[in-house]
Design a binder for this molecule. Structure first.
Ligand SMILES: Nc1ncnc2c1ncn2[C@@H]1O[C@H](COP(=O)(O)OP(=O)(O)OP(=O)(O)O)[C@@H](O)[C@H]1O
Ligand SMILES: [Mg+2]
Ligand SMILES: [Zn+2]
Length: 652
């Protein structure tokens, strides 16, 4: 797809932009390395920022989110995080809840002792959200504010403060005003004795950088076959090759510390499809969040501080709920639902993002409504389970996207959502749409995909999908019909009509001004002066009526309509604003239709002229050119749109 940025910037410029970003990236990431003994650490690093050094993983993540936060210009006063802003669309409420979780956990609330479970329909952005948190942590650990320190060589990269013996901790608290929580891990405890003869002040400390690839501060666990899944994947096992070296299976140095919970220490553990794991695993994880320790083999409890973010889908969740003994486990989780977005414009942004990341898509032009019809279809299917009539759902789609809908107050959208808490939890997923689009692209030879191609591709995908039952298939196909009738036809007609004018906005404004002049003159019983002949004439009642009839203002209703228009115009005038088409929705429609009808003949030429003469061809190509230059079409889709609209008009 030709996104605007790739279209408008020449390749050389993009190249140099990229180099610039690379340089900046390395500059940012050449963060100061640091190493020294615990003694050096306490002297220099710790003294400067005691509070920062003792942060828990929840506090650390919250600080990372805050470092990426911004709150300017929003009337709702809600905190936003740049991390998610250009990546996750239409699920602000969910993101807000996740931010609230970290805020509360960071402040020491009980929720920090519960595991965070993201629950949502397939391909609804759960994994993406966790990935963004991980990337955010990696970047933050490179910054000054995000500097993290650990005992050198520690398999769980634990805090150097764990080296301070318990007997000295009360004095430590009095001196620095911060508390040390946590015990030395068995591995470090053993090394302290064997390598440093118990001299903890000489133990080496270093700055660490969170890195998923380096298994530092980020761990990921995905369940495979539950029958072969071994708890060792989480907590490691005896490393036989080292047993002979240390002579004892129980020596912590002979343990393989490869488990995901160790990698995630100090940061974040992602548990993919958590409810698929054995119950034994779940207990371990819940104890880990609640008590901050794990029990492994013959070792004493190992202290670990990490934040667990898990995700699962509804199918697994329902299965899990059916077993009564799971109830107690659920109690120890904070569950945040991640529904699909119900805002079709935001949904289309998801497709645009996914499209622009694929080479095959970037080469294909999409007409300006291609993604929107797909997203309206997706949103309709997400509302579709309710008992409401289809006409109401069509209105709802517009309302949820922030559009004005006649007869509905803007605040009603929130109320409607509250009344239907299940909306967005099922229906068409972004992945389904993207797959359909991919198929359409593979089949098309034109490098240009029109809205109609997309609708047909969606229909094919529905019909050939074996997972969908017959009833649902029919329902979804009906949605496609509704999308075409109630959305696309309106959009494409408006485009084509506007393209009939040199400058539609300007002509519309002139017409509106004329209407207003004439109305004022009739209401005041004045005459108007012709600007050329200077003759006085009466207001043009025929003109006024022909505009008003477009929106079915009756003879008896015209007076009150005109008075209302003048009142609005006066209001705008007093506020120092211009009275435009956007100031008055019904008049907007009336003026548009008046103008459109005055140019219909051009469109009639498109269909009637089997062998168009030069003049006709010229007129048509001017319209096509405007569709390309101003309305986002390419030559192919402009021609298709023009033909389509002519057919529509012929049917009216
Ligand atoms: N609200 C959204 N905003 C932006 N992208 C989204 C959104 N929802 C889904 N996506 C995109 O859809 C794709 C699938 O999402 P993701 O893998 O995060 O979903 P998931 O909830 O983890 O699904 P699953 O349950 O199948 O694992 C990703 O490429 C993601 O970027
Ligand atoms: Mg996922
Ligand atoms: Zn250790």
């Amino acid at each position: 797809m030709n996104t605007e940025t790739t279209m408008k910037t020449p390749a050389s410029e993009r190249h140099s932009d990229f180099l610039k970003s690379l340089v900046e990236f390395t500059k940012d990431h050449r963060a100061a390395r640091w190493s020294g003994t615990l003694s050096d650490f306490l002297e220099t690093i710790f003294r400067n920022d005691a509070k920062g050094i003792v942060r828990t993983s929840h506090q650390y993540i919250w600080d990372m989110l805050r470092a990426n936060g911004f709150d300017e210009g929003f009337s709702d006063g809600r905190f936003r995080c740049q991390l998610f802003e250009d990546e996750l669309f239409g699920i602000d409420d969910t993101i807000g809840r996740v931010l609230d979780y970290f805020k509360a956990a960071s402040a020491g609330s009980e929720v920090g002792r519960r595991l965070l479970l993201l629950l949502g329909p397939p391909s609804g952005g759960k994994s993406s959200m966790v990935i963004l948190l991980k990337r955010g942590l990696e970047a933050y650990s490179q910054t000054e504010a995000g500097a993290l320190y650990a005992i050198h060589g520690c398999p769980v990269h634990e805090s150097p403060l764990h080296l301070i013996p318990h007997t000295l901790r009360p004095q430590f608290r009095q001196t620095y005003g911060v508390e040390i929580t946590g015990e030395l891990c068995p591995h470090c405890a053993s090394r302290l004795q064997h390598e440093y003869g118990g001299d903890f002040m000489q133990t080496p400390v270093e700055r660490i950088f969170i890195s998923e690839a380096g298994r530092i501060g980020v761990g990921t666990y995905a369940p495979h076959d539950p029958t072969t899944a071994d708890i060792a994947d989480l907590v490691g096992s005896v490393d036989l090759s080292k047993v002979s070296e240390f002579g004892d299976e129980g020596d912590p140095r002979a343990w393989s510390w490869s488990g995901a919970v160790f990698a995630a220490s100090r940061g974040l553990l992602e548990m993919i499809e958590i409810l698929k794991v054995k119950r034994e695993f779940l207990y371990l994880l819940l104890t880990l969040t609640q008590e901050k320790n794990v029990k492994v083999s013959r070792f004493p409890l190992i202290h670990l501080d990490e934040t667990i973010v898990a995700h699962t889908n509804f199918a697994e969740f329902r299965k899990f709920l059916q077993e009564p003994e799971n109830e107690a486990l659920l109690d120890r989780m904070v569950i945040i639902q991640v529904p699909y977005t119900l805002d079709y414009k935001e949904e289309a942004r998801i497709y645009r993002k996914l499209c622009s990341s694929t080479q095959a898509f970037r080469e294909v032009h999409l007409d300006p409504h291609a993604l929107h019809v797909a997203s309206v279809f997706a949103v309709l299917s997400r509302l579709g389970e309710s008992e409401e009539r289809d006409a109401d759902n069509v209105k709802k789609v517009r309302l949820y996207a922030g559009e004005d809908v006649e007869g509905v107050a803007p605040g009603d959208a929130a109320k409607m959502k509250q009344k239907n808490p299940d909306e967005g939890l099922s229906g068409v997923s972004p992945r389904f749409v993207i797959n359909a689009l991919s198929n359409a692209i593979i089949q098309s030879q034109t490098k240009s995909l029109t809205t109609m191609d997309v609708l047909i591709a969606l229909k094919d995908s529905i019909e050939s999908d074996v997972r969908i039952d017959g009833k649902k298939k029919r329902k979804w196909v009906d949605f496609l019909v509704a999308v075409r009738k109630d959305f696309y036809n309106r959009w494409v007609k408006e485009d084509v009509h506007k393209a009939l004018f040199v400058s539609f906005e300007q002509e519309a404004q002139q017409l509106l001004d004329k209407y207003l002049d004439e109305v004022e003159a009739t209401l005041d019983n004045r005459t108007l002066r012709d600007p050329i002949t200077s003759e006085e004439r009466k207001p043009d009642e025929r003109f006024l009526r022909s505009v008003e009839e477009k929106i079915r203002i009756s003879e008896s209703g015209k007076l009150s309509f005109r008075q209302e228009v003048v009142r609005k115009a006066m209001g705008a005038y007093k506020r120092g604003e211009k009275f435009t088409l956007d100031s008055h929705a019904p008049l907007h429609d009336a003026v548009e239709q008046y103008l459109f009808e005055s140019r219909r003949d051009v469109l009639r030429l498109v269909s009637s002229a089997a062998r168009p003469d030069d003049e006709t061809r010229q007129k048509i190509s001017v319209v096509e050119k405007r569709l390309v230059d101003e309305y986002g079409y390419d030559a192919h889709s402009a021609r298709e749109a023009l033909n389509y609209v002519t057919t529509l008009l012929a049917q009216e």
